[in-house]
Design a binder for this molecule. Structure first.
Ligand SMILES: [Zn+2]
Length: 320
């Protein structure tokens, strides 16, 4: 059945409409609004726009949300949408749309899509990590995605990797996403610039140290600037540290890395692979998991949300 998938990010909402076979018939996007009524209105309008563009009615709608989503499709907390707490999103949207609505964590949705049609296809033991503004994670074992008791599993961004480390907006110190996300990359770049280590990065930021962001470091590294490459390797160690913790825990065959930072491709992933091999427990007695880039890009979350909705619609026909 055709389904709509909506991925709500900190700044934009991306929607897709999939046909029976999972092919994308339409894609639309809108800025993420502030406030619950505004969010509901945006998601209802996006659904209508997608249906109009594709010329079909969706049987069910799936929504991927950043943060803690319970098994009833309620959003408990989303760090980048502070106004959205304890919001029964699936229930409220279903009232507006008159059909089944499923809400799930955005990284879980991304893994659904990558496992169906992307970098985790055919893999029974896989971990997906998205490196964006923060870090999202999800995994499958024995071929099934694991959501935990409440549905809250996968908050790998808040694994503590430095007990007395940097403060995290979550209220604790030393969370992995303070070091290995896009904002972590920006901080590493600014530290390097302040230490006078990366003149090319500073030049790309227009000579203003406060304007230095992760993308300036990535751009300098892509040019082959040796100082930028060295700083990127330092950052890669933090990425690898978290992946080593996840590997020690879950023993995946493959790790899929998505999110904005994988636009750097092997420039980032090659040093991550090299560091990971040495950080694992009993590294010389085991094979290091493959570390590969996600394949579905920014559509992964929305496509996965639509797949989750299709499954739910198949299991529970609406109104019966
Ligand atoms: Zn945290």
């Amino acid at each position: 059945v055709p389904t709509v998938g909506l991925d709500v990010g900190g700044t934009k909402c991306l929607g897709v409409l999939l046909d029976d076979a999972g092919a994308v018939l339409a894609e639309r996007r809108r800025p993420t609004p502030t406030g619950t009524p505004e969010l509901l209105a945006t998601l209802v309008e996006l659904t209508a726009e997608l249906e109009q563009a594709a010329g079909v009615r969706a049987a069910a709608v799936g929504v991927g949300m950043p943060g803690l989503v319970d098994r009833a499709g309620g959003l408990r907390a989303a760090p980048h949408l502070p106004w959205a707490r304890d919001l029964p999103l699936a229930e409220r949207l279903a009232e507006h749309l008159g059909r089944p609505v499923v809400v799930d964590n955005d990284a879980t949705c991304a893994l659904e899509a990558e496992a169906h049609d992307g970098a985790a296809r055919g893999v029974r033991e896989a971990v997906l990590v998205t490196l964006g503004t923060g870090i999202g994670a999800a995994w499958l074992t024995e071929g099934a995605i694991r959501r935990g008791h409440h549905g809250f599993a996968g908050e790998a961004g808040h694994m503590v990797v430095e007990a007395q480390g940097l403060r995290c907006p979550c209220g604790r110190r030393g969370c992995w996403e303070r070091y290995a996300s896009g904002s972590g990359l920006g901080r590493v770049a600014r530290d390097a610039v302040e230490a006078g280590e990366a003149p090319r990065v500073l030049a790309l930021a227009g000579g203003d140290p406060d304007a230095v962001r992760g993308e300036h470091l990535s751009a300098a590294a892509a040019e082959g600037d040796p100082a930028a490459l060295e700083v990127l390797e330092r950052f890669a160690w933090w990425v690898a540290l978290g992946l080593a913790n996840l590997t020690n825990l879950l023993d995946p065959e493959r790790i899929v890395v998505g999110g904005g930072l994988v636009r750097s491709g092997d420039l980032l992933l090659a040093p991550v692979r090299a560091e990971l091999a040495g950080l694992l427990f009993a590294a010389d007695r085991r094979r290091t998991p493959d570390v590969v880039a996600a394949e579905l890009g920014e559509q992964a979350g929305a496509r996965g949300a639509a797949l989750v909705a299709a499954r739910a619609a198949a299991q529970e026909p609406w109104g019966t």
